[in-house]
Design a protein around this ligand. Structure first.
Ligand code: NIG
Ligand code: FE
Length: 394
């Protein structure tokens, strides 16, 4: 029999369900002041005013703090070995970031044992959980052989349902003279070996990686095997990735740093989420994506870490929220929505990213009276408690 818990005395509850709001504002966050939440087993059973909370088996007093949905980090690359400290140092001395650095991590990842890769993955997952991430997606892409890509996905699939096949991260160094043969491998034997472990297929559509035609061929082949597309698009330069994402009904176009008006119009016309990854711009000293422009055009915006050893070595969604508010034109409410409900939309999930009856009981207790403090108090470890599937883990 499942046990029930009520969390009372919540100063601000972010539900992400405007129909549950107490009417104090019209925010998409569906805010309830002086609230309570009831967890029954692994699900949310009730939300409302603290004074009206029903009796339960257990009781937790939030002490006038804020509660929000667990973060949904819809973009990470956590199956890897080694690090790229030297490359980061060189970049901070003025060298530009390029897709070529991925090769360093490919060599280290191929040389690592399964146990080393899994230990690395769980280390970063624990780190992310302590910072409030309760759902995460992660990708292959540092193996680039049939055996190395499929083992990366097998290891990832033991830890999350949101697994993405990214054999098309860059052309494997083994195929440097014959990119067409690598695309044939990615869409053939490698896809067959990887599809059983993955839900999604991704491609890095960029100069130095894969062009629009190659990306279309790769994503279309994945779709035919039952994988749904998501794309690394328009990160380092303008290009065809975003419009291809919308054309193929990709769940998400990720990065979206260099966008034309036609790209923004395309995103506004479809249901592809624009997932912004400010950790990458921070760590590569690149221009910020313009979240305001996308939001004003009516695009659904997600916010995620892109945690990887090259371009964005942070597992911290709160850090990304602070950057998005400070430098990308988002309000604190918008950034918190994008890191929770927006991440869920980018994974086409409706059971996470909100605190409403029936949703998964994934919650964060902040050591602050309001979610706004995530941007207002940057760099401060505000996550005081985390429930995942109804169990307190932090
Ligand atoms: O999302 N853009 C492509 N992939 C990663 C970077 C990977 C790396 O540099 O190792 C990204 O930024
Ligand atoms: Fe990425």
């Amino acid at each position: 029999m499942s046990s029930s818990t009520v969390i009372t005395n919540i100063a601000t509850l972010v539900t992400n369900d405007p129909s549950l709001a107490d009417g104090t504002d019209g925010s998409p966050l569906g805010l309830i002041q002086d609230a309570a939440v009831v967890i029954d087993g692994d699900r949310i059973a009730w939300t409302g005013e603290s004074s009206k909370a029903p009796a339960t088996d257990n009781r937790v007093d939030a002490g006038g703090r804020a509660v929000l949905p667990g973060f949904v980090d819809s973009h990470s690359h956590l199956v890897f070995a080694g690090d790229r400290t030297q490359e980061f140092n060189a970049r901070m001395s003025g060298r530009a970031y390029s897709a070529g650095g991925i090769r360093t991590t490919v060599a280290a990842t191929r040389a690592a044992s399964d146990a080393e890769l899994e230990a690395n993955l769980t280390r970063y997952l624990d780190e992310a959980l302590r910072q409030g991430t309760t759902t995460f997606e992660t990708k292959s892409g540092y193996g680039l052989t049939v055996a190395d890509e499929s083992r990366a996905l097998r290891i990832a699939a033991a830890h999350t349902d949101e697994v993405t096949y990214l054999g098309a991260h860059i052309v494997s160094p083994d195929y440097a003279d014959d990119p067409a043969a690598y695309v044939a491998l990615v869409t053939g034997e490698m896809l067959d070996a990887c599809a059983p472990y993955a839900r999604w297929i991704d491609v890095f559509c960029e100069k130095g990686a894969f062009d629009g035609d190659q990306a279309r061929a790769i994503l279309t082949a994945g779709k035919a095997k039952g994988l749904h597309p998501r794309i690394h698009a328009n990160q380092l330069s303008y290009g065809p990735g975003v419009q291809l994402a919308v054309e193929l009904d990709a769940a998400s176009a990720d990065h979206c740093t260099h966008l034309t008006d036609a790209d923004v119009d395309a995103l506004a016309s479809g249901r592809t989420v624009a997932t912004l990854l400010p950790g990458a711009e921070f760590s590569t000293r690149a221009q910020w994506p313009d979240a305001r422009r996308l939001l004003d055009a009516g695009v659904t915006v997600g916010l995620s870490t892109d945690c990887n050893p090259g371009s964005s070595f942070t597992s911290s969604v709160p850090f990304c929220i602070a950057l998005a508010v400070r430098d990308m034109g988002m309000t604190p409410d918008e950034a918190v929505w994008s890191a929770t409900a927006g991440g869920a939309a980018a994974l086409r999930r409706d059971d996470v990213g909100r605190i409403a009856p029936g949703a998964r009981a994934d919650l964060i207790l902040l050591d602050a009276p309001s979610h706004v403090h995530l941007a207002y108090r940057p760099g401060v470890p505000l996550v005081r408690g985390v429930w995942r599937r109804g169990t307190r883990t932090v």
